[in-house]
Ligand binder design. Structure first.
Ligand SMILES: Cc1cc2nc3c(=O)[nH]c(=O)nc-3n(C[C@H](O)[C@H](O)[C@H](O)COP(=O)(O)OP(=O)(O)OC[C@H]3O[C@@H](n4cnc5c(N)ncnc54)[C@H](O)[C@@H]3O)c2cc1C
Length: 394
């Protein structure tokens, strides 16, 4: 946006226009704060600009505050998406599609029967309507190959899908209308003493009461510069989009470490891989071909569907896996919100409300699970400096 921010003061400046940065900006604007988002490249240039959009719950076993938070987030996301849609007149591609999990051994069947039992207490289906049940072998055979699920399958109705790019575009539209969103401009530094936000293109000065680093994997070197600790790294993943007409009402499948997610626009996404070591952030033909080959084995309907596009992204991954959300140690006004490994789209709106509850005296958000908080990530959990760098070129 060619808006001049020069000389302006904001309550909140955010580095990064991915799902975390935009969700926090949206929550802050709703609180009446004056907000500026700076995106180094363009909206969705990072890990959030992908194809998959799986919104998947944790299993209803060994329940803990993180699972409770995610359950609550997934339960409230539909209302959040519908509100956003009515505010902007745009579509997020959200649908509660449910998910199938094939069971390949007797052990897995026994295990999931126990989980189904536990879900009665944790998911409370009578009240929430979210069910987790074990279905006999051969169920959903029109979609999931019976050979892939010889011991039956789990059918759960909490899982949903969203179009990552459409969701980002909807959030960005709201932010442009009510705040400031500047693309092509990186935050290079925030001076706590003066509140000055120093940005890459020499424009300025810009001032902010608080600064949030929500710049994905690029936040880790920045956090190291600020705190001396390396709390995460980038990890590459890939996905592929096929033409999938008439598949849009089918559930998502999680099998063999892969997701198959039908979308509302006549496409179906398959992802993702996890590559700790990578040459660059572009899709590798070999890896995406492999994704399709593996998916066709358990989902034969995908065979021969034309490939529309392949995509790769580098997602932020904290060493402790859970996202890092909160004020950086040793700082008064500098925060980080990053690193939601695989679950970001499902939780970002609630994590944003929680963070706003800490930042703004007028906001009241839910409590964050302890494992999302800085205390969990810094200190003994940090890796030595040279282990935490991006693995580009490794
Ligand atoms: C293949 C793949 C599939 C995935 N599938 C799913 C899924 O199905 N469901 C799910 O929930 N999650 C999924 N994820 C994970 C999810 O995409 C990430 O967890 C999430 O996008 C992280 O969001 P973010 O906002 O923290 O970071 P990003 O989306 O990476 O955003 C960071 C942004 O900051 C910008 N930036 C960098 N430095 C600066 C700076 N100094 N100043 C300003 N801007 C800066 C970048 O350009 C970028 O746009 C997947 C990831 C991959 C790679």
């Amino acid at each position: 946006m060619p808006l001049s921010t020069s000389g302006q003061s904001f309550d909140l400046a955010i580095a990064g226009g991915g799902i975390f940065g935009l969700s926090i900006a949206y929550a802050a604007l709703k609180q009446g704060l004056k907000v500026a988002v700076f995106e180094a490249d363009k909206i969705g240039a990072g890990a959030s600009g992908g194809l998959l959009g799986a919104l998947m719950p944790h299993m209803p076993a060994r329940w803990n505050p993180k699972k409770e938070f995610q359950f609550r987030a997934l339960g409230s996301l539909e209302t959040h998406a519908r509100t956003l849609e009515s505010e902007t007149g745009m579509n997020t591609g959200y649908r509660r599609c449910g998910r199938l999990l094939p069971l390949t051994t007797q052990d897995k069947l026994d295990h999931h029967l126990e989980r189904a039992e536990e879900s009665l207490e944790r998911w409370n289906p009578d009240k929430t309507g979210f069910a987790y049940s074990v279905e006999p072998a051969g169920s959903y055979r029109h979609w999931l190959s019976p050979e892939a699920a010889p011991f039956g399958l789990v059918w759960e109705t909490l899982a949903a899908r969203i179009s990552p790019r459409a969701y980002l575009a909807t959030l960005a539209s709201y932010i442009r209308q009510h705040g400031v969103l500047v693309e092509g401009t990186a935050v290079t530094r925030f001076e706590e003493d003066t509140g000055q936000v120093i940005v890459s293109n020499g424009k300025g000065p810009v001032f902010a009461g608080q600064m949030i680093y929500a710049n994905g994997h690029a936040s880790f070197p920045e956090i190291r510069r600020l705190t001396g600790e390396t709390v995460g790294r980038g990890e590459k993943g890939q996905a592929v989009l096929l033409e999938g007409p008439e598949l849009e009402n089918l559930p998502a499948i999680y099998c063999d470490g892969l997701y198959v997610v039908p979308h509302g626009n006549g496409t179906v996404a398959i992802g993702s891989t996890a590559d700790k070591v990578y040459e660059d952030g572009t899709p590798s033909r070999e890896r995406t071909d492999e994704l399709v080959r593996r998916a066709v084995r358990f989902c034969p309907k995908l065979a021969g569907l034309p490939v529309l596009s392949a995509w790769a992204g580098i997602r932020p991954r904290c060493n402790k896996r859970d996202p890092l959300i909160g004020r950086l140690p040793g700082y008064e006004r500098t925060y980080a919100a990053t690193g939601g490994y695989k679950i970001s789209f499902g939780i970002a709106h609630l994590a944003a409300d929680a963070l706003l509850g800490e930042i703004s005296p007028t906001a009241s958000g839910p409590a964050l699970p302890d494992t999302f908080r800085p205390e969990h990530h810094f200190g003994t959990n940090a890796l030595p400096a040279d282990n935490g760098h991006m693995h580009l070129g490794a």
